[in-house]
Structure formats: C-alpha cells, structure tokens
Design a protein around this ligand. Structure first.
Ligand SMILES: C[S@@+](CC[C@H](N)C(=O)[O-])C[C@H]1O[C@@H](n2cnc3c(N)ncnc32)[C@H](O)[C@@H]1O
Length: 277
C-alpha cells in the first residue's frame, strides 16, 4: 500500500499555526517545507499525550491555557547540536589574539567574564573554561555564563556530565583526562572548572539589561534560526553587555553583519570576529 505524502499529515492552517506558535515563543522561523521536521520532533509528543496526529496536537495547543505542553512543543523544535571546541579557529583567536592583551590589561584585578549566549548542553562554555585553564589562569576570578532558551539543555549543562560519545567530539584524549573525571561511562568536568561556569534559562529576545559586562561573547549557530529584525535586535543587545573593546564571535554560517557603528570587524586568517566600539 502506498504511504500518503508526509505533507498530508498536517492541515495547511495547522502548519501555519505551528510556524507562528514556534516563532512567537522562540523567534525560530520554520520554513514552509519543513513538514518532516514537525513530524519528527512533535509526533512523539502528540503520541505521549494520547493523540495520533499533529492536527490533534494543534487542536489541543489552541485549547490549552496551561504553559507546559506549549513550552514542550517549542523546546522540541530547538536544534541543540553542539560539541567541544566547535569552529576551533575561534578558540585559536581567543587564545592568541584576544586573551594576551586582555590578560595584560587585567593583571591587577585578575577578572574575566564570558558569555556563551546559546549554550545548549554546555560544551562551548566548557571549552572556554578548558582553554583558560590551559593558559594557566588558575588563580584568576573567571565567570563563564551559559544561557539557552531550552530548559532541558540548561539542566544538562549544569551537571557538567558528558557521555563517551559527547567527549569524543572535539576533545583530545589529553584534555579529556586532564579536565574530566571518569565515572563509568560518564565524564564529569572537574570541580575547579565547573565552578567557573553557570547556566541559566534565557530567551535572547529578552532585555539584556543587567547582563554582563562581558569580555567575550560567543553567540554562535543560533541567529540563523531568526528573522533579520530579531537578529539585529539581539546583536544590538549583546553590544550593550560587552565591555568597550570586548569581543563577539558569531557562527561561521551566520550571515549577520553587526552594525559598523557598534562593532569593529576584525579578522585573522580569514576568520571574522567583532570588537565592541
Ligand atoms: C545549535 S545550538 C548552538 C550551540 C552552541 N552555541 C554551538 O555553536 O555549538 C542553538 C541553541 O540555541 C538555542 N535557542 C534557540 N532559540 C533561542 C532563543 N530565542 N534564545 C536563546 N536560545 C535559543 C537552542 O535551544 C539551541 O540550544
């Protein structure tokens, strides 16, 4: 028997309802041809709730006033892909271009602060902590804040625990044994690094007043999900959280250009990053 094309599994008005629901609650823009994505991510939730179709789920979402199902649906549509030292050229720039003058400038206070602005399960923040430890900044006061919209990844990040599969992605064997303790098949970030990281749930579209000031912000592989207006508002907000002369890294595939009135565009070996004016 021929299977129905996947696009028949959801009515067009319900597809638009879901697109709008996700956009309103996360900023994430889902294109018109992503039926498979809704099915893969949301059908399991529908089934758990005793429903068999996405149309049923939409009826329930429209009816429901309580936030938990609404929120689960939004969270399920976030893409949490990340790994240690992702886009390693950024970490090389941090180590060799940004940190040496910053360390000299801060030698009296010995304070540095970082923000991993869409931290997912925390590998980006951990990578920063490891890099700073490798630079011998053990007696410095260092704060690495990780934030993400999705509470499930924030909770995971807070544990500092990673599976064998996760540590195999981006960590060398020597960094792994130096900065993690093995507990069965789990690897725990060592306490002195874990102390430097903390994770909070935060929607990048919220007011950033009160955040920072940061020396360096990593806002990578998240702006791609937003429309142009949302991207530029977020970049503007991040500018307000940075020290003057602080730095911003965007993901390499991110086609956003921070305004020249707010940021100097810097590059090193063809890798672009930004300095707050
Ligand atoms: C692909 S991960 C990027 C992780 C990490 N920055 C990296 O580059 O490896 C994107 C993250 O952005 C988060 N996200 C999506 N919309 C968001 C929003 N409005 N505010 C904050 N985080 C959001 C998702 O939950 C997801 O964990």
């Amino acid at each position: 028997m021929a299977t129905a094309p996947s696009s028949t599994l959801i009515q067009p008005d319900n597809y638009r309802f879901l697109q709008e629901h996700i956009r309103i609650h996360s900023g994430i823009v889902i294109d018109a041809d992503k039926h498979y994505l809704f099915e893969a991510r949301l059908l399991p939730i529908a089934r758990e709730q005793g429903m068999s179709t996405l149309d049923d789920l939409c009826t329930q979402l429209r009816r429901l006033s309580e936030a938990s199902l609404r929120y689960r649906v939004v969270e399920a549509m976030t893409t949490n892909e990340t790994f240690f030292f992702r886009e390693s050229a950024h970490f090389d720039i941090l180590r060799h271009q940004i940190l040496p003058p910053l360390i000299r400038a801060r030698k009296t206070t010995k304070r540095l602060s970082f923000w991993s602005a869409a931290s997912s399960t925390g590998q980006e923040a951990c990578s920063i902590a490891i890099l700073l430890a490798e630079m011998g900044l053990d007696d410095w006061s260092i704060s690495i804040t990780g934030t993400d919209l999705a509470s499930k990844v924030v909770e995971r990040a807070r544990t500092g625990q990673y599976s064998q599969l996760e540590v195999n992605r981006g960590l060398s064997a020597s960094l792994l044994v130096k900065y993690f303790d093995r507990q069965g098949s789990t690897w725990n970030l060592k306490a002195h690094l874990k102390r430097r990281t903390h994770f909070e749930q935060f929607d990048l579209r919220s007011s950033m007043r009160g955040l920072g000031p940061f020396d360096v912000v990593f806002c990578r592989n998240v702006l791609i999900y937003f429309d142009a207006e949302t991207k530029s508002k977020i970049i503007e907000g991040i500018h307000g959280t940075l020290f003057k002369g602080g730095h911003l890294f965007l993901g390499a595939s991110e086609v956003s250009f921070p305004p020249a009135s707010k940021f100097w565009r810097r590059s090193h070996n063809d890798i672009v990053y930004y300095e707050a004016r």
